[in-house]
Design a protein around this ligand. Structure first.
Ligand code: APR
Length: 246
């Protein structure tokens, strides 16, 4: 396994088709806690609250935790250098798409245009009856659970709960990227969450060179990773940007 930033940069420069797969780790330096590992949210909360059956059975209890995690913690989070470099790479035609497991909207806020949201997006609430979408700012989250103004049905955050299917557009778009990529950046993911973790594996199977950025080893590191850049996303992406555009 090559651990060389320069090798990674020359591959990114030469590649005619690069895409990126990101996990919660890319947003840690934006102040968004990860789910696993040190300070992981699952150390503090029971993942059950994001199970779709639990949500339908105990909407108030589920919404209390959802508000704390996704609307209080996430409040004010801004893109960091890693999100910004990926957006710049897309602008410079060095990156085709971002496939993210994150629901924090930070790739879009950094300027990325092609973003496949494998687990949806917390910046939208949806009425499961009439399909009307709401911005979080359009509902009163002090009065839980929020309800649709049309039919009074409880609103659901538009992210994928455990037990829900992956949105079709994200599932299909991610596969196209994985099959076509020559170089596949994998940033800030444990590689433990299915079926998201299959996307980098499909890229590898289709001949992509896997460049992984993570301060800790993941399920990918000793299985599909070709170049493991050990470190935090913002710092490493800043070094990559300097060499890409020096
Ligand atoms: N830069 C890069 N990676 C980091 C950083 C950082 N500054 N800090 C932590 N990481 C890495 C950790 O080493 C770990 O591999 O980010 C990962 C965080 O683990 P998870 O929170 O499990 O993230 P991920 O693998 O993306 O799984 C997130 O789990 O509960 C589901 O659907 C939920 O999308 C979510 C998924």
């Amino acid at each position: 396994m090559i651990t060389d930033l320069n090798k990674a940069v020359s591959l990114l420069k030469q590649s005619s088709y690069t895409s990126a797969f990101t996990g919660a780790g890319i947003s840690v330096e934006s102040g968004v806690p990860p789910f696993r590992g040190e300070n992981g949210l699952w150390n503090k909360y029971d993942p059950m609250v994001l199970d779709i059956d639990y949500f339908h059975s105990y909407p108030l209890e589920s919404w209390k935790v959802i508000r704390e995690i996704f609307y209080e913690f996430f409040e004010g989070a801004k893109p960091n250098k890693a999100h910004e470099v990926l957006a710049q790479m897309e602008k410079e035609k060095l990156l085709f798409a971002v496939i993210t497991q994150n629901i924090d909207n930070l790739h879009q806020e950094a300027g990325s245009k092609v973003v496949y949201e494998y687990h949806g997006n917390a910046q939208k609430l949806v009425c499961t009856k009439c399909g009307k979408y709401y911005k979080p700012s359009e509902v009163d989250l002090n009065n839980l659970p929020p309800r649709c103004s049309r039919d009074n049905v409880i609103l659901k955050p538009d992210f994928v709960f455990f037990g829900e299917p992956i949105p079709e557009k994200a599932r299909e778009g991610s596969m196209v990227e994985a099959v076509n990529a020559e170089v596949f950046l994998v940033i800030g993911s444990t590689g433990e969450v299915m079926p998201a973790c299959f996307v980098p594996q499909v890229a590898k199977k289709n001949g992509a060179v896997i460049i992984e950025i993570n301060p800790e080893e993941s399920q990918f590191t000793h299985s599909i990773t070709d170049i493991y850049l050990k470190g935090k996303a913002a710092g490493i992406m800043e070094e990559i940007a300097k060499k890409l555009w020096e």
